[in-house]
Design a protein around this ligand. Sequence first.
Ligand SMILES: Cc1cc2nc3c(=O)[nH]c(=O)nc-3n(C[C@H](O)[C@H](O)[C@H](O)COP(=O)(O)OP(=O)(O)OC[C@H]3O[C@@H](n4cnc5c(N)ncnc54)[C@H](O)[C@@H]3O)c2cc1C
Length: 225
Amino acid sequence: MQPFIPTERTQVRRLPERARYDRETVHAILDEGLIAHIGFVSGDQPFVIPTTYVRVDDVLYLHGSPASRMLRTLEKSVSVCATVTLLDGLVLARSAFHHSMNYRSVVVLGDAREVDDSAEKLRVFDALVEHIVPGRSADARPANDFELQFTKLLALPLNEASVKLRSGPPNDDAEDMSHPAWAGVIPLSLRASAPIGDGLGASTLAAPPYATGYARSPDAGGEGP
Ligand SMILES: Cc1cc2nc3c(=O)[nH]c(=O)nc-3n(C[C@H](O)[C@H](O)[C@H](O)COP(=O)(O)OP(=O)(O)OC[C@H]3O[C@@H](n4cnc5c(N)ncnc54)[C@H](O)[C@@H]3O)c2cc1C
C-alpha cells in the first residue's frame, strides 16, 4: 500500500520521530477505534463532535440523522478534520515534567461527500455494525428502505492523513535517575465486562460468543468464558 504523502497540513512538527504515514498503521488505528472526533466550522463557530464511524478500504464513513448539523454541514464539502485516539498507557516519569501518555492517534483532513446509492449504504451499514461488534451483522435485522432513506451517510476519502504515536517507558533526564520515585507505565485498554441481556425474547438465551468474548484489541479480552 502506498504511504500517505505528508503535506504542509499533515507534517508532524513536534517529535516527528513519533509520526507515521504508512497506510497499514492508519488503517489499524481506525479499525481498532470506536469514536472519531469530527472538527468543522459552521458559520463562524468551530465544532468538534464525537461520532461512530467505519473505515472501508480508503474511505471513512460517517452516518446519522439527516437533521444532524454535523452531517448537513459536511455534505456541503466543508473542510473536515477527523481524529481517532487510542490511549495505551499512562507514563509515570521521575520528574513531573516527563510524565506522558502512550497513545496512537490518526488525524484525517479532507472533504466528505454524501452517499446516495442504496446498495453502497447497505454495505457500509453492515460494515459499521461489523466494525463495532464483529459477527453482529449476521444476527441483526438489516436496515429497511425507510431506515436507509432516513439515515444520512457521508464518505470521507483517506487522502491526507497522519499518525502520531508514543510507546515505551518514560524518558527521564539523567540527573533525575536517582530521584526516589517509582517510574514506569500503567497500561490502559478498553475492556468489555460480561454482557447484560435485556431479558426479552431471544435475550433470555445465552449471549452469543461475539458478546461474551468481545475484545477491542488482541490484549484486551472480555470477561467471557
Ligand atoms: C460515542 C458516541 C457516538 C455517537 N455516534 C453518532 C453517530 O454515529 N451519528 C450521529 O449523528 N451522532 C452520533 N453521536 C451523537 C453526536 O455526538 C451528536 O450529539 C449528534 O450528531 C448531534 O446532532 P445535532 O445536529 O442534533 O447537534 P448539534 O446541533 O450539532 O449540537 C448542538 C449542541 O449540542 C451539544 N452537543 C451535541 N452533541 C453533543 C455531545 N455528543 N456531547 C455533548 N454535547 C453535545 C453541543 O453544545 C452542540 O453545540 C454520537 C455520540 C457519542 C458520544
